[in-house]
Design a protein around this ligand. Structure first.
Ligand SMILES: *Cc1c(COP(=O)(O)O)cnc(C)c1O
Length: 389
């Protein structure tokens, strides 16, 4: 018997956990159109405004004219075109590693990466707040999965000490946590991995382009050697395109090409998207001012929200989550802001733990001071009316 879908949705609705799609009637930008109305968007991971940047769009258009739309085949068949090759070259240089391999999305990158690193005999120790794609990837690998408390190196050390010696071990974390905006203590995690002969895997989806002096990510931010960990990231957030990548050695790239099912058995990313990602990486490297504007906006919004005594997470990134605890509250706040012309989604379980529903605000380098002030005024009004502050 199939489930009663209508009833399941009703159950979600009564618990304030039903989610619905909203149709954007405009490109990803600091202002967006929904239902014919303009909103200030605080809801995109387009941190550097590259998803709708004229030079990035132009690169895609020119590549479509040259290469057409679809790649026509999987990468190992006839789907690898010059733009894919160029992008992997650009990514390797950007991340300061020997080689990079791209996948269709960040999600499938994790599905391909983790099972290539470990099998059912291995042990995976993952941060409790790891992204759903990492957890799914760990399950797919069939290794034993243990979870350590969020950003708790001491707990990780305990688990490492408890394991059987010689068991191959991965430690999996995000660089910047997607729903909390805080950073993993990478130097501590790396030291533990060294001491206990484990391999550190960093999902830098939200660090890529954003963290570090040159935007290389959290590894650069902490001054670590990119060769000491396996890094993956996405081309869909600060890079503004679509797809995912793994950064590592040439040998590892070769191994993934030969073993990662999420790479082998899927059609190559459209060449125009690869070309767009390359153009975006060039802008990230050539325009550090974008990152500076992003930092300025992040700090300004953080200070304003703290002044209003909103309860924020321990964030150090452009992700500024306001914790409101109950899903009902989160939905009410989101709705009140919607009515005021500010678009901020309510994030609820199972995306975040129970009793930690939140408004996840994100800033971009392209938000104006006026837009941020406008958003803060509306947040103050809604927060006061709903007794969040
Ligand atoms: C967004 C995200 C992904 C998935 O990337 P997509 O390119 O959107 O598929 C993976 N890991 C983390 C931590 C993310 O935030």
């Amino acid at each position: 018997m199939l489930r009663d879908f209508k009833q399941e949705i009703k159950n979600l609705e009564t618990r304030h956990l039903r989610r619905q799609l909203r149709i954007m009637e405009s490109p990803s930008d600091t202002t967006i159109t929904i239902e014919g109305r303009r909103f200030i968007s605080m809801a995109s991971n387009n941190y550097l405004g590259l998803a709708n940047h004229p030079a990035v769009s132009r690169a895609a258009i020119e590549a479509i004219e040259q290469w057409g739309v679809g790649a026509g085949a999987a990468r190992l068949m006839s789907g690898t075109m010059t733009p894919h090759h160029q992008l992997e070259w650009d990514l390797a240089k950007f991340k300061q590693v020997e080689a990079a391999l791209t996948f269709g999305t960040g999600y499938t990158t994790n599905l391909g990466l983790i099972p290539a690193l470990i099998d059912r005999n291995g042990l995976i120790l993952a941060d409790r707040y790891c992204h759903a794609s990492l957890i799914e990837a760990c399950r797919l690998a069939k290794a034993t999965l243990r979870v350590f408390h969020h950003n708790d190196a001491e707990h990780l050390e305990k688990l490492l000490k408890k394991r059987e010696k010689a068991r191959s071990t991965l430690v999996v974390t995000e660089g910047v946590f997607s729903m909390d905006g805080d950073l993993a203590p990478l130097p501590d995690l790396l030291a533990l991995c060294r001491q206990h002969d484990a391999t550190l895997v960093i999902d830098d989806a939200h660090g890529t382009g954003v963290m570090g002096k040159n935007g290389q990510g959290t590894v650069e931010h902490f001054g670590l050697n990119p060769r000491d960990a396996i890094q993956m990231g996405t081309l869909s957030k600060a890079i503004g395109a679509s797809g995912g990548y793994v950064a590592g050695t040439t040998a590892f790239k070769d191994y993934l090409i030969n073993t990662a099912k999420a790479f082998i058995y899927t059609t190559a990313q459209p060449p125009a998207i690869a070309a767009a990602a390359s153009a975006a990486i060039r802008i990230i490297q050539d325009e550090p001012a974008r990152r500076e504007r992003l930092r300025t906006n992040q700090n300004a919004l953080h200070a304003a929200l703290t002044d209003l005594s909103f309860q924020l997470t321990d964030t150090q990134s452009p992700i500024l989550p306001i914790i409101v605890k109950s899903p009902e509250r989160a939905v009410e706040m989101s709705q009140a802001l919607y009515e005021a012309g500010i678009y901020v989604p309510a994030i609820r379980p199972p995306t975040v733990p129970k009793h930690s529903s939140r408004l996840r605000l994100t800033v971009s380098s392209e938000h104006t001071q006026e837009q941020l002030e406008n958003a803060v005024r509306s947040l103050q009004k809604a927060g006061t009316a709903l007794r969040v502050i």
